[in-house]
Design a protein around this ligand. Structure first.
Ligand code: PEP
Length: 242
């Protein structure tokens, strides 16, 4: 059975105070129809401890946005699995295109971070996807298959989420057509040994496109950036109409 997971990626937004304000509104807007859908907030490190205490025992789960492959060491600015686990984090985003683009993240480091997440009891959300130039050149499928080949060796697919995030659709307002996202996600699934891996779509998900996205039979959820920062907007997304 594939799990449905709707995750918000807050990126470098939200102080602790703003996170609490968000939660107050957001929690009251979650409808019963959410049922077994899992809701995850991937918050900045500074807000994770407070959110964990506030969310304790509730239906919302917590995600981080990075993890180092070592458990500790001289790695200024990095964060480790045991540190995240200790404060109640469940998920961690790995290989996001913003990390690949601005912080030198490679498939090799993504693979090390994925394996570290699993080693320390966190479920990684691996982001893959092609750039506009790669899509225009007709290379999208090959790029994604190569990312999976490089990112997944040694990774346990029983404890993994993948997000298909076409780079050209991230933060641009340009959404990939739901049927096209469905096609690519089917391709991603065909590369896995575990067909039950949750595969999300990410890239300008909004209240006005989430229903159609979630009607696609291969799509098991969404990774939502900008639209997860407003509690009413994100609530409408998690309350999507199936
Ligand atoms: C993201 O950051 O993973 C993302 C999909 O962003 P946005 O929803 O803003 O396009």
């Amino acid at each position: 059975m594939r799990k449905i997971i709707i995750a918000g990626n807050w990126k470098m937004y939200m102080t602790q105070a703003q996170s609490l304000e968000f939660l107050q509104v957001f929690k009251s807007e979650i409808e019963e129809r959410v049922g077994t859908r899992e809701i995850v907030l991937c918050a900045p490190f500074t807000a994770l401890g407070l959110l964990s205490k506030t969310l304790h025992g509730g239906i919302i789960r917590l995600g981080a946005q990075n993890i180092h492959w070592e458990s500790e060491g001289p790695y200024t600015g990095e964060i480790s699995g045991p540190m995240l686990k200790e404060i109640g984090v469940n998920y961690v985003i790995v290989g996001h295109s913003e990390r690949r683009q601005y912080f030198g993240e490679s498939d090799q480091t993504a693979n090390m971070r994925l394996r570290a997440a699993q080693k320390y009891g966190l479920t990684p959300i691996l982001c893959v996807g092609e750039s506009k130039a790669q899509r225009d050149a007709g290379d999208a499928e090959e790029v994604i298959i190569n990312q999976l080949k490089s990112d997944l060796p040694g990774v346990n697919q029983q404890d993994l989420v993948i997000a298909y995030e076409p780079i050209w659709a991230i933060g641009t307002g340009e959404t990939c057509a739901a049927t096209e996202a469905n096609r690519v996600i089917k391709l991603i699934r065909s590369q896995l040994y575990n067909p039950d891996v949750t595969i999300q779509y990410g890239g300008s998900v909004k209240p006005d496109n989430i229903d159609e996205i979630m009607q696609q039979n291969e799509i098991d959820g969404a990774l939502v950036g900008g639209a997860s920062l407003d509690p009413l907007t994100f609530a409408r997304i998690v309350n999507y109409l199936a």
